[in-house]
Design a protein around this ligand. Sequence first.
Ligand code: GLV
Ligand code: MN
Ligand code: MN
Length: 420
Amino acid sequence: MTAHGTVSSKRPSMAIREDRLWQRHVEMAKLGATAKGGVNRQALSAEDIAARRLLASWAGARGFTVTTDPIGNVFVRRAGSEADAEPVMTGSHMDSQPTGGRFDGIYGVLAGFEALEALEDAGIATRRPVEVVAWMNEEGSRFPVGAMGSAVYAGRLALDKALAVADPKGVTVASALAETLAALPLPGVKLGGKVAAYVEAHIEQGPRLEAEGRTIGVVTAIQGSRRYAVEVVGEEAHAGTTPRAARKDALSSAVGIVTALEKLMDDPTDTVRFTVGRFEVFPGSPNTVPGRVYFTIDFRHPEIAVLDERGGRIAAVAAAHARGCAVSVTPLTDVPPCVFAPRIIDLVRDSAARLGLPHMDMPSGAGHDAMHIATLCPAGMIFVPCLRGISHNEAESATPADLAAGARVLADVLGALADR
Ligand code: GLV
Ligand code: MN
Ligand code: MN
């Protein structure tokens, strides 16, 4: 290894291996594989445990240490020459949407791991430790608070609040996490460890890089997002006998509310993002007037003023369309827009340029764990293209060459940050 203090002419990108990185994606895609070629690997499920086990086995084989914290984030660390120096971190998530793709999240973990292996293979010693993190429950599809592990790590979500969140079957994060740790015991570390810098690689999940023929997205910002749970309570009644005037039909009311909210969110510039992604009708019987509806709202915009103004009107619009039912709107998450650190943005751009990779600056429409870690340290992100921008879909696709290109940029960025 190069002694610390000498300036190495080696760059870690030289040791990135496209075949190895691709093979690791193939192995991970087997865990939770779906018939349509995607994955269903939801947070703290048996499939997620299998992914944790596989990552830990690869880490062990390279002599990296593996630990976990009280919210179940997993850390893979390559030591630095100064053991106590704050680590440079990279990573993303291994959980997926229920009908997710093979790259969302796992790419950031595997690109980070490939960067660690490249540092090792090239014999490059860094001053700081370099750590790959698999953040727990980024998707929020099983436990409905997204980017949960990174939010707790950053102190933006209280640990006890996160542990109490339950999935639709009533299983809490606390009990699923206890099962996960029983199945794969790992040494524990405390929350709140300091971080020198954080850089996350991810597929773009949108169509811009492909359309513009660029390989690397230099991510400048992430738009803000808010999630809400809406419950509409009416009265169950017989479908054959109950006249219209006597009904309190929770579904009719909920449909009216969603239509009114779509009007509230109407935006000629198409910048507002408004989605009702879960809609549940109870008791769900063909011949009973629905007594209760639960639905979720995902609302995003780059400007906090718009989030405040339109978000602030959701409850009133819902109440105005209640049609005799009781309506409650509960805010679940509120993540402000995030602007990344200029020095990380510059480093990503310079590294892509030095590698001769076509690149462009761009904001992120999707949320990422980086938006929380950016409150702790200088942070940034690297995007690579995915086919037609398709994501949160089993058809998600990316090329081995593009994935490796992103890992090269990441490795050089991490190498540079770890020597500062
Ligand atoms: C992440 O998956 C998001 O919802 O943006
Ligand atoms: Mn993701
Ligand atoms: Mn996702």
